[in-house]
Design a protein around this ligand. Structure first.
Ligand code: NAD
Length: 305
């Protein structure tokens, strides 16, 4: 018998097609919480994004439910305790956007190093600023990756393809891990002092909030750049602004902000920055993967059961 899956938030059509290969799939967007409490009784699996709140009441009434798939990263819309009590597996797809984020990091870095954003906007204003916009190559420069998880590793691979040397710091890695990934391990503060490009790929936790602050920025090379496409607040925004304004470092590429949208952030006034509105996961591929990865995990759940 095929399992029955209810999809209550819109996911990519490709993911729905894949689910239909092994399950009976119903799409019911815009259900009220009461309707979902009633509806869920018939289903073995539920797929949501952030729109559906999977409350204790829904879980208690889900007589047949065995797995909940959250297409995307967070799990805050799912009552994990209630799911755990009923032994319902909960899966999500944080890996879906890994490549997209890594590519954005490299794109922003090249824009910053070669003044692509300035060339574009000054040319559109009718200027021909060739002499003012001399940049630098990535080749032969040192990149420091803080947080050597999914995204950090992909960024490192791409940086090496440009001929960069990569140093890495992660409390969960060893010097041998680094060597196996063609990188060199450094302790955090050593790495920060040594690199031309510092890129952050850690989660936002009490330990990583403000990880990059004035003291650490002041220890960097004067012509170094910082990239934050992880989470706002890992680089202290005010400290970064002051450092960029005072030319303590050369520039920064920032995709994530302490408050989003970053209304009133002083970073918006600077020239030596490349700013993007949290675009890391904004690709068609990442959207497709967010759904297909979860569908694959659900398929494996029923295959292994
Ligand atoms: P991951 O869990 O695979 O890797 C995170 C790594 O950080 C782990 O290896 C962990 O050991 C390491 N780490 C934890 N604390 C650390 C510390 N204090 N110092 C150094 N390393 C530490 O996560 P990921 O999928 O690679 O995601 C990395 C970051 O990117 C997260 O903050 C995530 O929220 C963010 N992200 C941003 C976007 C975007 O749109 N810009 C999209 C997806 C993910």
């Amino acid at each position: 018998m095929k399992p029955k899956i209810l999809i209550s938030d819109r996911i990519h059509d490709k993911a729905i097609d894949e689910a239909r290969l092994f399950a009976d799939v119903d799409l019911e967007f815009n259900l009220t919480p009461e309707e979902l409490v009633d509806k869920i009784r018939d289903y073995e699996a539920l797929i949501v994004r952030s729109g559906t709140k999977v409350t204790r009441e829904i879980i208690v009434n889900a007589k047949k439910l065995r797995i909940i798939g959250r297409a995307g990263v967070g799990l805050d819309n799912i009552d994990l305790e209630a799911a755990g009590e009923k032994n319902i597996e909960v899966v999500n797809s944080p890996e879906a956007s890994t490549i997209s984020v890594a590519e954005l990091v490299i794109g922003s870095l090249i824009a910053l190093m070669r003044n692509i954003h300035h060339g574009h906007s000054s040319l559109k204003k009718g200027r021909w600023d060739r002499n003012k916009l001399t940049g630098n190559e990535l080749y032969g420069k040192k990149m420091g990756v803080i947080g050597f998880g999914r995204i950090g590793r992909e960024v490192a691979d791409r940086a090496r393809a440009f001929g960069m040397d990569v140093l890495a710091f992660d409390p969960n890695m060893t010097a041998e891990d680094a060597r196996e990934n063609n990188c060199e391990y450094r302790e955090l503060d050593e790495l920060i002092k040594e690199v031309d490009v510092l890129t952050l790929h850690v989660p936002l936790t009490e330990k990583t909030r403000g990880l990059i602050d004035t003291a650490r920025i002041e220890s960097m090379k004067k012509d170094a750049v910082i990239i934050n496409a992880a989470r706002g607040g890992i680089v202290n925004e005010e400290d970064l602004y002051n450092a960029l304004k005072n030319d303590t470092i050369r520039g920064a590429a920032v995709d994530v902000f302490e408050s989003e949208p970053p209304e009133g952030s002083p970073l918006l006034k600077l020239d030596n920055v490349v700013l993007t509105p949290h675009l890391g996961a904004s690709t068609e591929e990442a959207q497709i993967n967010a759904g297909t990865v979860v569908v694959e995990k659900i398929r494996n759940h029923f295959k292994d059961a």
